[in-house]
Ligand binder design. Structure first.
Ligand code: TRP
Length: 327
């Protein structure tokens, strides 16, 4: 069976955008591949090294959401990067074969050096971020890496590092491929891309009341001033989001009613809230369970990390042999 590896930095509770953009995909993949999904808590350190006080709680909150959303520890390995210290060892070997110029040219690096102003990212680990990511991926000899388009350059760099490593020491690692399935970017409650940093998210854990409140605040067709004005569903965040969560025939019917001004924006917002609440109901049920059983979440993470580490140890012994540091 082909291998899949992917990770998320511990950002805490997940929102609908994380779910639609990544998590739903992971849940689907766990049926058809041997999957390793992990919390990249060391990656959080590359920029948030000065204050580590939230990483643990954010890790627990995120993994709780993973399990509630349907990641199944029986079908995939769920683990914590920092509990598999072999990642650090492989990162070191990879750092030896990675030319500085490759890292300096990564577009996300240049962009973030300019844009991040609230913390100092002139540190060594920040430049090496994609080298650590290459180690995460190669540690399990991944064939595919399901990630958003924003990570394309990191996967490309991973392939280059692997190629160079294999050139020096023999064929140890496969070159992984990015799996960019379904590029769905949800719009947040303020009309911008849904993102934690914009404070415009609908979280997986939001209660029905909060969902109704947030959907009421969303932006509709800006040209539809009066209830009797014809609407333009294609230019409306609420209509577009509603379409993602109901069957196409139903969305089409709402669109027609909107264009003919048979329904108002408030009606569509209510329909969106209903659809979201229905979609999230089974997730909320599991969320309640795992919130009351945080020890179980922790044990899943520990057990998954133990399993991951067994595999990591095997691979590292191959690496050491190939590099002739197998004492
Ligand atoms: N850089 C990824 C992100 O920000 C997180 C990540 C770390 C990752 N290591 C990985 C993703 C390995 C896939 C594979 O989303």
């Amino acid at each position: 069976m082909k291998r899949i590896v992917s990770g998320m930095r511990p950002t805490g509770k997940l929102h609908l955008g994380n779910y639609e953009g990544a998590l739903k995909n992971w849940i689907r993949l766990q049926n058809d591949y041997e999957c390793f999904f992990f919390v990249a808590d060391w990656h959080a350190l590359t920029s948030d090294y000065a204050d580590t006080s939230l990483i643990k709680a954010n890790t627990m909150a995120m993994v709780t959401d993973w399990l509630a959303a349907g990641l199944d520890p029986e079908r995939c390995t769920i683990f914590l990067q920092s509990l598999v210290p072999e990642h650090a060892e492989l990162h070191l070997y990879f750092s030896a074969v990675t030319p500085l110029g490759w890292l300096e040219r990564v577009p996300t690096y240049k962009e973030q050096r300019e844009n991040i102003t609230d913390k100092d990212v002139g540190n060594y680990a920040f430049l090496g971020y994609p080298v650590l990511q290459a180690a995460d991926i190669s540690m399990y000899r991944a064939n595919y890496v399901p990630v958003g388009k924003d990570q394309a350059a990191h996967i490309e760099l991973t392939r280059e590092i692997v190629r160079r490593f294999n050139n020096f020491y023999g064929d140890v690692f496969p070159e992984p491929e990015a799996l960019h399935t379904e590029v769905l970017t949800l719009t947040g409650t303020d009309g911008r891309k849904m993102s934690k940093s914009y404070n415009n998210t609908i979280e997986l854990s939001d209660s029905p009341d909060i969902i109704r409140l947030k959907t009421r605040q969303m932006i509709t067709d800006r040209t539809r001033i009066k209830r009797t004005d014809p609407g333009h569903p294609e230019a409306c965040d609420v209509c577009q989001m509603h379409r993602l969560f109901v069957p196409a025939e139903i969305a089409d019917r709402f669109d027609d009613d909107c264009r003919a001004a048979r329904i108002g924006c408030v009606d569509r917002k209510r329909a969106l809230a209903d659809a979201l609440i229905e979609r999230l109901a089974p997730i909320h049920e599991r969320l309640n369970y795992y919130r009351d059983h945080q020890d179980e979440v922790r044990n899943i993470l520990l057990e998954g990390s133990r399993r991951a580490r067994e595999e990591a140890r095997r691979v590292m012994s191959d690496v050491r042999r190939a590099m002739q540091i197998d004492w």
